[in-house]
Design a protein around this ligand. Structure first.
Ligand code: ADP
Ligand code: MG
Length: 716
């Protein structure tokens, strides 16, 4: 159970060890978390145990009911946004079709929620705000099938222990309504008749008036209003038949305003804007195998055009707004791995399970729920999203390409045959265990994905489709006939003669594992593991491809001719910054120096420059996932004292990060990683002829071999 620590004080102290500290024994950094509520209630009570009396256990006393209630209330109503959530849920439970929220001072001064639901009976008003009074649950067993959002009868009571609550309500058929105020669970006076419109209005004023520390923390920290707007937005796009509004007290315009609609996408468009709704895809998944999981999910997920720095995940499980970190992570992983842009996704998801498969009672604010077969459910949803994204990518990129079905079916047939071999092969093992290779270099998706995949055949076929499309495009872009130039023929035969046969074997038949750092990637070839320098490899590959495609490049017609003279000048200046002043003469001289007569050398250097230009160099912005993150921290004073650094670490939220730059860097690095896996390595397998020099210059380094590892383990 994760608890919101907003109501706790966090203290960091430097505790000096009792021994004289030496240079090698730094002071210990300890951190304590203290509950404010407990601190408040025990302060002033006599007989706090002193060190001398520590041998006698302190006596156990029963807490006053008022104290118990206030402690409990502090857990249910952690902040203004949690009070709003409880009130809106009550309105929805009451069958309302219209809910409006008004907020003053981030909810500390006033929270007012009005609805047009069934109202509250006059005779129930005296016990309405007592703890554990509810109209929604009578026996414990009802919890298994409960459909309403509330069930504990705690929310209204809690609000009366930490704020002033006034209820105005009218039920069907009555001529007038009633208004009554509550404190500490009880009515302050008899309910007064008043004019009222259909439904209930609940006002909570002066929230946390009696919890000084919490009020201060909330006043100091950011206003809760944006959290409340976010909350109402989420309710609004799930409960599309209900109209919602949310505004600041005294404001003319509402910050969320929706009308009842039958289209979820319309609701999303109204709340989150056209630019979000435009880039969403509908998704539905269901599973009804009792052995795995039983559920139905429908939702909207962002496609590859959507760009955002933060994930928006709106999750309803059996119509309850909840959080599920494991599911969120699983989805983020799919997006990062599938889409080149590495944008964070927008997800709206509504999951329905048999109510006996959900435990709704595991969190004080019901923010989390626990699900039966959670891993299987996450797995199924993850696979569905992956295939949806792959499909959207395929249609986007290859809309006008004719897909060669024969290649696709050949590929899947081969894959199937291989699968059969490997399954039957487990029984009659001919290959010794220490030479057994379980990977397949033709798998276009690298190795890590393989460990997630247990998806149905149709998805496999889609992936092989994608591979065959890629192959078809590659062969079209790589013409069979070479340039009719003797120099190019010579350069090509040099590439062939100079190719290292051992490295060529590795390149042709290796499996990509992942990036080891900014420059090296890990490859597996048979029983060996290699580190390869992706910058060197991409440079060489691009050079060779330029030579092979020489004279077959697509011509790009510029609408205005490029200012060649200026460009040459810039290039030459860059090369030689201390050039003499007479630029024009100098330029002419330099151009004259180029050996235009020697065709081979000229083409070779042009190709090498192009190779270098297209190589996958690390991005200019430092990699934020390692120590490079320092670069994005603003105002990091280099001369900061140790205490300052420790304070910052204790309260890491305070470190000011340049989010825009950071997001740009994250995108650049994720894009590069994607390109390395999905573009560089597949084409390297097809086209690279590694020169002999690469065996010596550190471009390929063997880091492990299975046979040797077996020898080591045999000795253990
Ligand atoms: P719970 O929702 O867990 O039952 P609450 O303290 O939130 O507990 O509410 C107590 C009871 O008050 C509810 O069971 C419901 O009968 C009634 N109630 C609260 N808010 C409303 C509302 N807006 N409209 C109608 N009834 C309400
Ligand atoms: Mg409730």
């Amino acid at each position: 159970m994760s608890r919101d620590l907003s109501g706790y004080i966090k203290i960091s102290v430097l505790a000096t060890p009792s021994k004289t500290p030496s240079a090698s024994s730094p002071p210990l950094l300890c951190s304590f978390v203290m509950d404010i509520d407990e601190a408040e209630t025990s302060a002033g009570e006599e007989g706090a145990p002193t060190v001398d009396r520590a041998v006698d256990p302190p006596p156990i006393r029963r807490l006053d009911e008022a104290v118990v209630n206030r402690i409990a209330a502090g857990e249910v109503i952690q902040r203004p946004a949690s009070a709003v959530k409880e009130l809106v849920e009550n309105s929805l439970d009451a069958g309302s079709t219209s809910v409006s929220v008004v907020i003053k001072d981030g909810g500390l001064k006033l929270i007012q929620v009005s609805d047009n639901g069934h109202g509250i009976r006059f005779e129930d008003l005296p016990i309405l705000c007592e703890r554990h009074t509810t109209s929604k649950l009578s026996a414990y067993e009802d919890l298994q099938t409960i459909k309403s959002m509330g069930f504990r009868g705690e929310a209204l009571a809690s609000m009366t222990y930490v704020g002033h609550v006034t209820v105005t309500t009218i039920t069907e058929g009555q001529l007038h309504g009633y208004r009554v105020s509550y404190r500490d669970g009880v009515m302050e006076h008899e309910a007064k008749p008043c004019a009222a419109v259909k439904g209930t209005q609940i006002m909570v004023e002066n929230l946390f008036y009696n919890m000084v520390a919490r009020r201060k923390t909330l006043q100091n920290s950011n206003d809760d209003y944006p959290k409340i707007v976010d909350l109402i937005s989420r309710f609004a796009i799930h409960n599309i038949f209900v109209s919602f509004s949310c505004r600041k007290h005294g404001a003319n315009r509402a910050d969320v305003h929706t009308a009842s609609t039958s289209s979820r996408l319309d609701a999303i468009r109204t709340v989150y804007g056209i630019s979000v709704a435009r880039d969403l895809m509908e998704i539905t998944v269901s599973d009804d195998s009792p052995a795995r999981s039983i559920f139905k999910m429908d939702g909207f997920i962002s496609n590859s055009n959507y760009i955002a720095k933060k994930t928006t995940m709106i999750l309803f499980i059996n119509d309850r707004l909840v959080e599920c970190t494991a599911l969120k992570r699983a989805i983020e992983v799919v997006y990062a791995a599938t889409l080149p842009k590495a944008s964070k996704p927008f997800i709206y998801m509504s999951i329905n399970l048999p109510s006996e498969h959900v435990d709704v009672n595991i969190h004080p604010t019901k923010r989390e729920v626990s699900l039966l077969n959670q891993e299987n459910l996450i797995d199924t949803i993850q696979n569905a999203i992956e295939s949806k994204l792959m499909n959207s990518n395929t249609t986007r990129t290859f809309q006008t390409q004719a897909i060669s079905c024969s290649v696709a079916s050949q590929f899947s047939a081969r894959k199937e045959a291989e699968n059969n071999i490997s399954t039957s092969g487990t029984k009659s093992q001919k290959v010794p265990v220490h030479k057994m290779v379980r990977t397949d270099s033709r798998d276009p998706f690298g190795r890590l994905h393989a460990y997630w995949q247990s998806e149905p055949n149709s998805q496999q076929e889609k992936k092989t489709d994608l591979a065959s499309v890629r192959n078809a495009i590659r062969s079209r872009r790589n013409p069979k006939e070479l340039a009719d130039l003797s120099s190019i023929h010579e350069l090509l035969s040099e590439i062939d003669c100079n190719s290292h046969s051992g490295l060529l074997d590795i390149v042709k038949d290796c499996t990509y594992i992942g990036l080891a750092d900014e420059v090296f990637a890990l490859l597996q070839h048979n029983t060996h593991l290699y580190l390869v320098n992706v910058v060197n490899i991409s440079k060489e590959l691009m050079y060779q491809q330029v030579i092979r495609r020489f004279a077959h490049f697509n011509a790009i017609q510029l609408s205005e001719p490029a200012p060649l003279q200026d460009l040459l000048m810039m290039a030459l200046k860059e090369e030689d910054l201390e050039s003499p002043t007479n630029e024009n003469d100098d330029l002419k001289q330099k151009i004259a120096e180029v050996d235009w007569e020697n065709e081979k050398e000229c083409f070779e250097t042009v190709s090498a420059v192009l190779g270098n230009f297209y190589a996958v160099h690390p991005p200019i912005l430092p990699n934020p996932s390692g120590s490079g993150i320092q670069f994005y921290k603003k105002n990091m004073d280099k001369t900061t004292s140790v205490e300052n650094v420790e304070n910052r670490l204790a309260n890491s939220d305070e470190v000011d990060v340049d989010h825009e730059l950071l997001a740009e860097a994250e995108t650049a690095w994720a894009q590069r990683e994607w390109i390395i896996q999905h573009v560089l390595f597949p084409s390297m397998r097809l086209f690279l002829k590694p020169p002999k020099s690469m065996a010596q210059d550190g471009s390929f380094v063997q880091v492990a071999s299975l046979e040797k590892l077996y020898k080591i383990f045999e000795r253990c």
